[in-house]
Write a protein that binds this ligand. Sequence first.
Ligand SMILES: Cc1cc2nc3c(=O)[nH]c(=O)nc-3n(C[C@H](O)[C@H](O)[C@H](O)COP(=O)(O)OP(=O)(O)OC[C@H]3O[C@@H](n4cnc5c(N)ncnc54)[C@H](O)[C@@H]3O)c2cc1C
Ligand SMILES: Cc1cc2nc3c(=O)[nH]c(=O)nc-3n(C[C@H](O)[C@H](O)[C@H](O)COP(=O)(O)O)c2cc1C
Length: 785
Amino acid sequence: MKVSVIGGGPGGLYFALLAKKAWPRWDITVYERNRPDDTFGFGVVFSDQTLDTFKAYDLVTYERIRRRFAYWGDVDVVYKGRVMRSGGNGFCGCSRVALLNILQDRGRELGVQLRFQREVHALEELAGSELIVVADGINSRIREKYKEHFQPSVDLRPNKFTWLGSTRPLDAFKYFFRETPEGVLLAHVYQYEPERSTWVIEMDEPTWRNFGFERKGEQEMIETLEKVFAEELDGHPLIANRSLWRNFPNITNKTWVRHEGKTSAVLIGDAKATAHFSIGSGTKLAMEDAIALFESFRKENEVEKALKLYDTARREEVEKTQHAANVSLAWFEHLKRYWDMEPPQFAFGVMSRSKQITWENLELRDPEFVREVHRWFAGKVRDQGFEVDLDNPPVPMFTPFRLRDMVVENRVVVSPMDQYSAVEGVPGDWHFVHLGSRAVGGAGLVYVEMTCPSPEARISPGDTGLWNEAQRDAFKKIVQFCKTHSKAKMCMQLGHSGRKGSTQLGWERMDYPLESGNWPVVSASPIPYHEGVSQVPREMTRGDMGKVLSDFERSTKYADEAGFDMLELHMAHGYLLASFISPLTNQRSDSYGGTIQNRMRFPLEVFRACRAVWPQAKPMSARISATDWAPGGLSGEDLVALTRMLKEAGCDLIDCSTGQTVPHQKPVYGRMYQAPYADWVRNEVGIATMTVGAVTTPDQVNTLLASGKADLVALARPHLSNPYFTLQASAWYQHLPQFWPPQYLPGRDQAFRNAPRERAEQKDLRIKARPASHEVLEPGAKRAA
Ligand SMILES: Cc1cc2nc3c(=O)[nH]c(=O)nc-3n(C[C@H](O)[C@H](O)[C@H](O)COP(=O)(O)OP(=O)(O)OC[C@H]3O[C@@H](n4cnc5c(N)ncnc54)[C@H](O)[C@@H]3O)c2cc1C
Ligand SMILES: Cc1cc2nc3c(=O)[nH]c(=O)nc-3n(C[C@H](O)[C@H](O)[C@H](O)COP(=O)(O)O)c2cc1C
C-alpha cells in the first residue's frame, strides 16, 4: 500500500514507523516542510504511564527515549512565598528535537522515506496514495483547505501564553505563581535536559495588556519577564525561539476521515484535536492517535473500514483527554478565584484541578503532602470553634460544618430524591423506611424529596405534599425517628413543578403528561416542555403568584412544626421557580421577565416570604440549575448575579445542580461534572455551596472539600444502592467519632477491624498497577548512554 504522511511531527513519524515495522511492504513517505533539526519550542513531557504504552509498541524507540529523557518525581507549587512539594508523580522530559531525531532515525532504519523541506498544499499533490495521514499540526493547512468536509471548530481560549526556555536547572516540575501590580502571572516550568528548561508563561488578557505586551518586541518581552521571574530564574536568562504570544486554540473536528476516489485521508494529532498544554498531553495524544490508527489497520484490512474504526473507537478517549484538559485550563483561566486561598489548599487545587488526580492517588504518591493538606483543613475547622484532634485529624468528609445554628456531623448529604410513592401527598411506610435507613446510614444531612405546597404543584400524583396537617404529621413521625436513631440533620425541599407538573411517575414516562386525570399547569411563560406533547402552561398572573407565595409560606410553617432543621427551595430543573430564572422558559415582558434582576423577582419573593416565617436559627438553601446546557440559557454572569441576590436575601447555602430546563439540553457528563459550578459560586460569590452529581466515592468527597470547591457534597443514586455509604467510609478512614446506632456496634467493630487490611490490599494493588517508575536524575546529571 502506498501511504503518505503530511507532517513529520511526533504523530506522523510514530505512525509511519509503527506501520512500516508491521507491514514492511507498505511504501511509506513522510513529507515535512522543515529541516530535520528545525523545531519550534523546547521540551516535551510524558508521564510514566505514557512511556509504558510506548514500550509495548516499539521497544527500540522506547529505549532510546528512555536514555535521552530527564526524569523527575516531584511537582512544586510555588505560591505566595511557599513551596508546596508533592512527590511520586513520575514524569520525564526531553527536547522536542531529540524526540523527533529518535523517531526520524528509527523510521529511516525501518525503511520509511523522509522528505524534508517539502511542503504539501493539497491532498491532490499526493494522488496515487491509498492512504494520506494528515499530521500537519495545530494550524493544519489541509484541515483548513477541506474544512467544509472535516468541519473543524476552533475555540480560542482567553488567556495569553508564550513558550520560552532557560538554562536554569530544576529538580522538579514547577508552577511559579507571581503577583505583580499588573496582575498575576504563572510559569509552567520543567527541565528537559541538563541545563535546559521549558518555561510556558501564562496570564489573563487584562494582565497581558497592563504589561503592554501587545506593543513589546521579543527582546523587550524577555527583559520584562526576566524581571518578573528574577527570583525563580536565579540569575539564568530566558531564551526565545519564535516565542509569540498566543491564545490556546481548542480544536475539534466533526469527522476525521475523507474519501475521494481511491484516496483516503485521515487526521491525527493536533490537526485533529488539541489538548491544553497544562496537562502536558499534546505529544502523548498525537502519538497515541498514531497507535490507535495503527491498531485499526491491524484489525481491519480495508482502508475504509480501518478509518471508520479509528474515527469511532478513538473518539471517546480523545474527548476524555480534551475534557480533562478543558477542566485544567479553566482552573488557570480562573486563577483569580483561588487567589485568596491559603497555600496548602491552593496547591491541592492545582494538583487535583483536572479531576484525574484525587485525594487518594495523591496520598499514594506522597502521603506527607496529603497529610499537610489534611492537617490544614482540620485546623481551619477547629478555628471555626469545633473540637478537632489535630494530632490525628479527620479526613475532610468527617469534619463538622455549621449553617446558622445547625451543625452537621460530617459533610455527606443524601440528595433529595422523589420516590413517587405518596398517596394524596402523604408520605407513607416507604418514606419512613427509605429516609430512616438513609439517616441511620450516617450522612450528616438527609434531604427529603421535593415536596409540594399544593396538590396542583405536584410533579406526579405520587409526590409528597405539605399543604395539610396529615402530611405534616406523617413527616413529623419520620423526622422524629431519624433524630432519635441517628445524628442526621433533616432538610425539607419545597418545590412547585410548574410546567413539568401533572406528569407520570419517575419509572413510567417521566416528564410526559398523565394518561388521564391531568390538572392544569402554570409557568413563567406559556411554553410547553415537550412541544406538541406536554400541556401548554398558563402564564402566571400576579394573582397566581400571590396564591403560590402563601402556599409556600404555609408549607414552611408545617416544615418547622414537623421538626425539620433546614429548608431548601427548589429553584432548579425547570420547575416553577426555575422557569422564571432561565431565559429559555421566561419570555415575559412585565417586571418578572427580561433582566436577571427581573427574572429573579418572583423566586426572591418566595424566598423572602419563606425566610420570614422560617426560624432565624435554622438555615435555608436554594437548589439552582447553574447552567441550562443549551444555547440561549442562563449565562455565567446570570449565575453570579442570582446567587449574590440569594445571598443578600439570607440564603445560607447554594445547592448547585444543573440543567433539566429544556429537553434539548446537552450536558457534559463525567465524574463530579457539576462541581465546577459549586466552585464558581463558592469562590466568586463567597457563599457556602453544596455540589452534587456523579460523586460516587469518599475519595471524591475529600477531593472536592479539600480543594475548596464545595462545603457539602450530596450523593443521590449512590445512596439508593448503599444507604451506609458514610458508615462504611468511617470504617475505611478509621473515624471512630462517627455516630453508629448502638444496635449496629458489632457491625462497626468488624468493619473497623477489616478496613485497614482491605485498605492495605487495595493500596498494594494500586501500587502494583502503577506504571514502572523510572529512575530520577539529580538536576543537571547526565545519563549514561
Ligand atoms: C506552549 C506549548 C507547550 C506544550 N508543551 C507540551 C508538553 O510539555 N508536552 C507535550 O506532550 N506536548 C506539549 N505541547 C503540545 C505539542 O507540541 C503538540 O501537541 C504535538 O507536537 C502535536 O504533534 P503533531 O504530530 O500532531 O503535530 P506537530 O508536532 O505540530 O507536527 C506537525 C508537523 O507538520 C509539519 N507541517 C505543517 N504543515 C505542513 C505541510 N503543509 N506540509 C508538510 N509539513 C507540514 C510541521 O512543520 C510539523 O513538523 C505543547 C504545545 C504548546 C503550544
Ligand atoms: C430517583 C431520583 C429522584 C430525584 N428527585 C429529586 C428531587 O425530588 N429533587 C431534586 O432536587 N433532585 C432530585 N433528583 C436529583 C438528585 O438529587 C441529584 O441531583 C442527581 O441524581 C445527581 O446526583 P447523583 O449523580 O448523585 O445521582 C432525583 C434523582 C433521582 C435519581
